[in-house]
Design a protein around this ligand. Structure first.
Ligand code: SF4
Ligand code: SF4
Length: 438
């Protein structure tokens, strides 16, 4: 499917043909055992079989085989899915649900986007706006920076508070999710080269991402400093770009592939110990580049490491000062379920003297952020967030930590709404603070 032109797959038969080609074979891996059901947040919230992994796979298969004629239920349930991939962790048959979901959404959106071209329905308009933002703003650093500067001005003038009061609830919810936008000097791109400190152990590239430099530049900068202190030269290639995860999750796989091809060229071919990523959503998608772009993505995919995974793997020779705080660590779905990384971050926390890791219920459960899910499905997102906030409040930490920007925004907003305002930080920020030369 082309990344630049919408397809016209609309209607049950067009969708059936696309599903037949893209996911049918993989749907056969599901043996309908149901062991994934209780791990699925949308099944737990609704109790509906069609809102479970097994039910969604059944719908994909039924449409591909032509046994189901009406595609509407799958169209709704595919986008109600959080893409959290907790079902993959639970599945004993190795079903690659995340990949099936991306292909299914791509097939659905291809048809809906084609239909939206000839209609001005609210749904069609929403699809067009989402696609415009994800193609024309998010991956374009200049445009994204201009938009974030505008939002910063809105926050400075306190118009966001007014907007949150007077806008319809859905739009008001979007406004509340926005973090405080950092000052302009904190939104600059990182230096192209940072030399290793002390004994040189190697050379890594740092992936900045699209949203991260604008909202969480401090996280990327913390990664750069810790990696240099650990003995690694850090390069930050200027021509790198958006990873394509948000586009793929929204059903625009063709465009996501274009973005992945660019990064595969930028990060391939160099003598690097690793390509370091600070956002779990980005590292998960870059790691799976081969499934998007074949062999062209294999070198990049093989080199990608989440920053916490890398520091844990190489047993970085860092010395840490104490941080006497109680901390809850919440596992991002795209770190624990998509990449199987859970113990590494906890081992790193254990190295910081006096930092007390406080347990909370279900740290591996989704927080409801899921890329832009909290914007597109605000009601379900809140239902999924609610037990997470309750668990964190009950644990009573002084700091909450998570390793994905969307989760950090979601948890901050949820905790603030519950009147429990504690800092929500990336683990690398704590590692940077504790390893700072005194
Ligand atoms: S990805 Fe998450 S929400 Fe979607 S079916 Fe799997 S467990 Fe359920
Ligand atoms: S656990 Fe795996 S095989 Fe069993 S129903 Fe869920 S997806 Fe299918």
């Amino acid at each position: 499917m082309s990344g630049s032109e919408p397809t016209d797959a609309g209607g049950g038969s067009g969708l059936a043909a696309l599903l037949d080609r893209s996911v049918y074979g993989e749907t056969l891996d599901c043996v309908h055992c149901g062991l994934c059901l209780t791990s699925c947040p949308t099944y737990r919230a609704t109790g509906r079989e069609t809102a479970s992994p097994r039910g969604r796979i059944y719908l994909m298969r039924g449409l591909a085989e032509g046994r189901l004629a009406d595609s509407q239920v799958l169209e709704e349930e595919a986008f109600l899915c959080l893409g959290c991939r907790a079902c993959e962790t639970a599945c004993p048959s190795g079903v690659r649900y995340g990949e099936m979901l991306e292909h299914t959404r791509d097939a659905i959106r291809g048809g809906q986007f084609g239909e939206a071209g000839s209609s001005v329905s609210p749904a069609g308009l929403a699809i067009r706006i989402e696609r415009f933002a994800l193609r024309r703003i998010v991956p374009k650093p200049g445009r994204l920076a201009a938009m974030v500067s505008l939002l910063s001005l809105v926050q400075k003038l306190r118009l966001d508070r007014l907007a949150a009061k007077i806008l319809p609830s859905r739009l008001a919810g979007m406004v509340r999710l926005l973090p405080v936008i950092p000052p302009a000097q904190a939104r600059r791109r990182l230096p192209a080269f940072t030399p290793a400190e002390g004994e040189r152990r190697g050379r890594v590239a740092l992936f900045e991402g699209c949203i991260m430099p604008e909202f969480f530049g401090r996280v990327n900068d913390a990664a750069r400093l810790v990696l240099a202190r650990a003995g690694y030269d850090v390069i930050v290639p200027e021509t790198q770009g958006c990873c394509g995860a948000l586009q793929a999750h929204s059903g625009d796989l063709g465009f996501a592939r274009e973005l992945a091809r660019n990064n595969a060229e930028v990060f391939g071919g160099g003598k690097l110990d690793a390509i370091i990523v600070t956002s779990a959503g980005c590292s998960a998608s870059m790691r799976e580049a081969e499934s998007w772009i074949g062999d062209a993505g294999s070198e990049m995919a093989g080199g990608v490491r989440d920053v916490l995974e890398f520091l844990d793997e190489v047993d970085a020779p860092l010395s840490f000062s104490p941080i006497a705080k109680r901390l809850c660590y919440d596992d991002p779905c795209h770190l624990i379920h998509a990449q199987g990384i859970a113990a590494g971050p906890r081992r790193l926390f254990a190295k910081i003297p006096q930092l007390e890791l406080v347990p909370h219920a279900n740290p591996e459960a989704c927080c409801g952020a899921a890329g832009i899910y909290n914007l597109t499905q605000p009601e379900m997102s809140k239902r999924v967030l609610s037990p997470k906030v309750e668990a964190l409040v009950a644990a009573g930490p002084e700091i909450v930590s998570t390793a994905n920007p969307g989760c950090a925004m979601q948890l901050s907003a949820g905790l603030a709404e519950a009147g429990f305002e504690v800092p929500v930080v990336h683990p690398i920020e704590l590692l940077e603070e504790a390893s700072r030369p005194r």
